[in-house]
Design a protein around this ligand. Structure first.
Ligand SMILES: *[C@@H]1O[C@H](CO)[C@@H](O)[C@H](O)[C@H]1NC(C)=O
Ligand SMILES: *[C@@H]1O[C@H](CO)[C@@H](O)[C@H](O)[C@H]1NC(C)=O
Ligand SMILES: *[C@@H]1O[C@H](CO)[C@@H](O)[C@H](O)[C@H]1NC(C)=O
Length: 426
C-alpha cells in the first residue's frame, strides 16, 4: 500500500509538472501573440490557407438572390483556437450582389486623398498623394465619351494637395482649404476657383481657419464649408461657414457663420439634391503629425468612423436620417446621384476590434431619397478608400484611392490610379 501510494503520488507530481509546463507554454504563446506587431498580420493575412475559417462567397448575378449570396464555409480544425481568431478579417463585408466591372485606362498617376468633380462627360481629378512623401499639384481629366485621360494642367502652387473641399456650379470649380504638402503637414486656409472653360484659376477669400477634408457644397448661391478636422488634423471641427458666390467670384469679402453641424470630422460625402443638403458618413479623429518630426511624419491616432446622415432644408435645422448600412468614411468624392438615389462607392469602416487594422469598404451603397432607405447595390472588384466616382450614360465609374491587400485582407495597401466601370441599374 505504502509503495503503491508513493508511486501514485509521484505520478500525480509528474502530471502536475506537465500541466504547469503546458500552461506556461500557452501563456507565453498568448503574450507573444498579443504583443508582437506582426503576429496578427501573419495570422490574418500572410497565409490565408492557415486561417481557421476560410469563407468563400458564391456570388449570384441574378436579381432574385441578390441579397442572399450563398456562403460556403470551410473550417480547418487542425489549428489552435483562440478568441482573436474567431473574428475573421473580412467580418465587416456585407452580403452584396456581384457587379460586372470593366477595367478602363489607368490614370496618369496614382492618387490617395485627391479630389474630383464631374462636369458633363469630363471627370476633373485633382491633387492627392502619389506616395506618403510625394503629393501632386496638377489636374488630370478623364473623358467619359472616349474613355481616355488627357488635358493635364497645373494647380496654383499655394493650393492644398490633399484633404480639399470641392464643389461646382457646372462651369466653375470651387476648391477650399486642405492639407498643404506630404505626410501629415499643416493645412492652408487658401481657396481657389477654376474656370473649366478657360482652365484659369483665381482666388477666393480665405476661410477664417483652415480645415482638413471639410464637407463642402454649393447651395442656394452660397458655398458651404463645414466639419472637417481642425488645424491639428485630428480634432473634429463643428463650425460651418458660407460665402455667396456667382460665376466664379465671391460676392462677399468674408465667410458667414452658419449653424454648426451636430457631429464634426473629415472625409464625408456632402451632396445637394432637390434643394436639400446632405452630409453622409465620416469620422472623428485622423492621423496626426508626430510631435517634433521634421518631416511631419504621420502617426495613427484613435478614429471613430460613423454612418450618420444629416440633412439641412428650408428650416436651416439639422435633421438626422437613417444611417448607412455600416460606418463609412473617406467618401468625399466617392458619390454620384442617379435617379433620386445617392450612390456611394467604397470607403473605410470601423477598425478591426482585435487587430486594430484599418478596414476598407468594398460595397456600393444606395440611398433612395424617396423612401429614405439605404441598400447595398453590389460588390466592387476590391475594397478601396478615397476613390473618385463619376456616372455617365448608365455607367458608374470609379478611379484612384488606396485598395486592400486582397480578398481575405481588407486592410489598406497600394495607392492606385486604375479606373473601373459597371453598368448601374437601380
Ligand atoms: C466573418 O465573421 C463574422 C462574425 O463572426 C460573420 O458574421 C461573417 O459572415 C464572416 N465573414 C465572412 C466573409 O465569412
Ligand atoms: C471627349 O471625347 C469626345 C469623343 O472623342 C470628343 O469629341 C471630345 O472633344 C472630347 N472632349 C474633350 C474635352 O477632350
Ligand atoms: C433611371 O430612370 C430611367 C427612367 O425610369 C431609366 O430608364 C434608367 O435606366 C434609370 N437609371 C438607372 C441607372 O437605374
Amino acid at each position: 500500500m505504502a509503495v503503491g501510494g508513493k508511486h501514485a503520488s509521484t505520478k500525480l507530481l509528474i502530471l502536475f509538472l506537465l500541466v504547469l509546463v503546458l500552461g506556461l507554454a500557452l501563456l507565453a504563446d498568448f503574450f507573444w501573440a498579443s504583443t508582437s506587431p506582426f503576429s496578427h498580420y501573419s495570422r490574418f493575412s500572410s497565409d490565408p490557407s492557415t486561417n481557421r475559417r476560410v469563407v468563400t462567397t458564391v456570388h449570384s448575378s441574378t436579381k432574385g438572390s441578390a441579397d442572399q449570396p450563398k456562403q460556403k464555409i470551410k473550417i480547418d480544425r487542425s489549428q489552435k483556437t483562440s478568441a482573436s481568431q474567431e473574428l475573421n478579417a473580412t467580418f465587416a463585408d456585407l452580403p452584396a450582389r456581384y457587379l460586372e466591372w470593366e477595367e478602363m485606362a489607368e490614370a496618369p498617376v496614382p492618387r490617395l486623398d485627391g479630389a474630383a468633380i464631374q462636369i458633363k462627360n469630363l471627370l476633373y481629378v485633382f491633387a492627392g498623394y502619389g506616395t506618403i512623401d510625394y503629393v501632386h499639384s496638377h489636374v488630370d481629366i478623364y473623358n467619359f465619351t472616349d474613355n481616355t485621360w488627357g488635358g493635364r494642367f497645373a494647380m496654383p502652387k499655394e493650393m492644398a494637395n490633399s484633404h480639399l473641399g470641392m464643389a461646382t456650379d457646372g462651369r466653375y470649380i470651387y476648391a477650399v482649404t486642405g492639407q498643404f504638402g506630404p505626410q501629415c503637414r499643416g493645412p492652408t486656409a487658401r481657396n481657389f476657383v477654376l474656370d473649366t472653360q478657360t482652365t484659369k484659376w483665381s482666388d477666393l477669400p480665405s476661410l477664417p481657419v483652415p480645415r482638413y477634408a471639410p464637407a463642402t457644397q454649393l447651395w442656394r448661391g452660397r458655398l458651404h464649408v463645414m466639419g472637417g478636422s481642425k488645424e491639428d488634423r485630428h480634432e473634429p471641427g463643428l463650425e460651418h461657414w458660407s460665402l455667396a458666390v456667382k460665376d466664379g467670384k465671391a460676392l462677399e469679402k468674408e465667410w458667414r457663420k452658419e449653424i454648426p453641424i451636430p457631429r464634426g470630422g473629415p472625409h464625408r460625402s456632402c451632396i445637394v439634391v432637390k434643394d436639400q443638403l446632405f452630409v453622409i458618413g465620416g469620422q472623428e479623429g485622423d492621423f496626426m503629425a508626430k510631435p517634433g518630426s521634421p518631416i511631419f511624419k504621420c502617426s495613427r491616432r484613435k478614429e471613430v468612423v460613423y454612418g450618420d446622415v444629416y440633412m439641412l432644408d428650408d428650416e436651416m435645422k439639422w435633421k438626422q436620417l437613417p444611417p448607412m448600412p455600416k460606418p463609412d468614411s473617406h467618401i468625399e468624392f466617392a458619390w454620384v446621384v442617379v435617379n433620386n438615389t445617392i450612390v456611394i462607392v467604397g470607403g473605410t469602416t470601423e477598425k478591426h476590434p482585435v487587430t486594430n487594422k484599418m478596414i476598407l469598404v468594398g460595397e456600393v451603397f444606395g440611398f433612395n431619397l424617396e423612401k429614405l432607405e439605404w441598400s447595398v447595390i453590389g460588390r466592387m472588384p476590391f475594397r478601396i478608400k478615397t476613390t473618385l466616382a463619376g456616372f455617365w450614360e448608365g455607367w458608374l465609374y470609379f478611379t484612384s484611392g488606396q485598395r486592400d491587400r486582397g480578398p481575405a485582407d481588407p486592410s489598406p495597401k497600394q495607392v492606385v490610379g486604375s479606373m473601373w466601370r459597371t453598368k448601374l441599374r437601380l
